[in-house]
Design a protein. Structure first.
Length: 405
């Protein structure tokens, strides 16, 4: 099937270059070309379904770089739920989150560790057309130290345990190997960032990934673990909430290592409504530390992508926070488009409107390069050429389950 999407402004290519009165020509779910509407030929128009988005801005579907399907930060005490909820309950939670993510303009999401292999199972259902959601990239079982903290990772000790799980994840078909190296936040009383994994354990997972061209992403807020991760070949540092000046310098010296920022966890006061009192206190205690450290990192020009850490449907806020912390608007937007695609290993295929890329398009009123907050109201969503939202409403026949409608 051939389609042509036209709009007042199209953000084209990996640099999000503005084409006024632009058009995107699509065939069988892939972008054929992106051009000024005035350059469309009769051959382009022949047999094409025309989608005229008026004066809206069309940009690539957003890529959520850090998600969990079995967590929904919009639910009361969502972290505690993980320990007690059944697979069925967590699956229901996941379906809701996936649907809301797609409706918010997220067309690709990287899952950074889930229980019951939900990410792997739901990826298949989405691919088969049975479930509505973004295209997924998966990590399977997240690996933490048996001395470590956190709600999602499974405990491991010694290089052979890490190797075994890394290989088991590979056998299941994951896209990334996920390790957890530090707590969630620096504790002022403690005075340092604990590092739970040895350099050898980190190296083992990197080696297992390297041979198969699979990247390793590390939950890591800073300190010794950040140094170990960078030196042992980890490709993405997740969170970096407490990156010191030394950490920033190290990351600048290693541009092959990216940082994936999820600052809304601490900066977004609206999340507090869904946290236990103890976790509210932690979020407040960390807010200014995170603002300062992540701000320093962004201002230093360390390259980054963006994720919500399971704040489903609210990736747009991360773009706003990145801009507030000192990124220019284009770089902030690339954090959920072309730079996110690099971090997720899908550059050229996702995160840009270019010939040969998947037809993942969204549209908003206004100009996100002038004001990123316009991403709050995504009015049009297309994924792989199929329209899931139009005129601000879910397309007919778009439910969490696609079958039977
Ligand atoms: Zn996470």
């Amino acid at each position: 099937m051939k389609q042509i999407v036209t709009a007042g402004r199209v953000l084209a290519g990996s640099e999000l270059e503005v084409i006024e009165n632009g058009a995107v020509v699509i065939e069988d779910g892939k972008i054929q070309k992106v051009l000024a509407a005035g350059q469309l030929t009769e051959a382009d128009r022949q047999d094409a379904q025309l989608v005229d988005l008026g004066q809206k801005t069309v940009l690539p579907g957003m890529i959520e770089c850090h998600n969990h399907l079995c967590i929904d930060a919009r639910k009361n005490e969502h972290l505690e739920i993980i320990g007690t909820a059944s697979e069925c309950k967590l699956t229901m939670l996941a379906l809701e989150g996936l649907y809301d993510d797609l409706q918010s303009g997220v067309t690709t999401a990287r899952c950074m560790g889930d229980k019951y292999d939900l990410d792997l199972k739901l990826k298949k259902e989405i691919q088969a057309g049975n479930v509505t959601g973004p295209d997924l990239l998966t990590a399977g079982v997240g690996m933490k130290g048996s001395n470590g903290s956190g709600y999602i990772g499974a405990p491991h000790s010694g290089v052979e345990e890490f190797r075994r799980t890394a290989r088991a994840n590979v056998a299941k078909g994951v896209n990334v190997l996920k390790i957890f190296t530090t707590p969630g936040l620096f504790s002022v009383e403690q005075g340092f960032v604990p590092s739970f994994l040895s350099a050898q354990e980190i190296r083992t997972v990197v080696e297992e990934g390297d041979r198969l061209h699979l990247p390793v992403a590390a939950h890591c807020i800073g300190g010794q673990a950040l140094k170990d991760c960078v030196e042992q070949g980890v490709k993405v540092i997740e969170h970096a909430y407490c990156a010191s000046a030394e950490d920033v310098a190290l990351l600048k010296a290693h541009p092959e290592c990216w940082v994936d920022l999820t600052t809304g966890i601490y900066l977004d006061p609206e999340r507090e409504a869904y946290l236990s009192a103890a976790n509210v206190a932690k979020a407040r205690a960390g807010r200014e530390i995170v603002r300062k450290c992540v701000g320093d990192l962004v201002k230093a020009g360390v390259h980054f992508s963006l994720g919500t850490d399971a704040n489903h449907g609210l990736l747009w806020k991360e773009v706003v926070y990145a801009a507030e912390l000192g990124a220019d608007n284009r770089t902030a937007l690339k954090g959920v488009t072309s730079n996110a695609a690099i971090v997720c290993g899908v550059a050229g295929r996702k995160g840009e409107l270019s010939a040969g890329a998947d037809a993942d398009l969204i549209a908003v009123q206004g100009d996100p390069l002038a004001d990123p907050s316009v991403l709050r109201d995504v009015e049009f969503v297309m994924k792989n050429g199929r329209i899931y939202k139009q005129d601000g409403a879910a397309a007919a026949c778009c439910h969490a389950f696609q079958k039977g409608c």
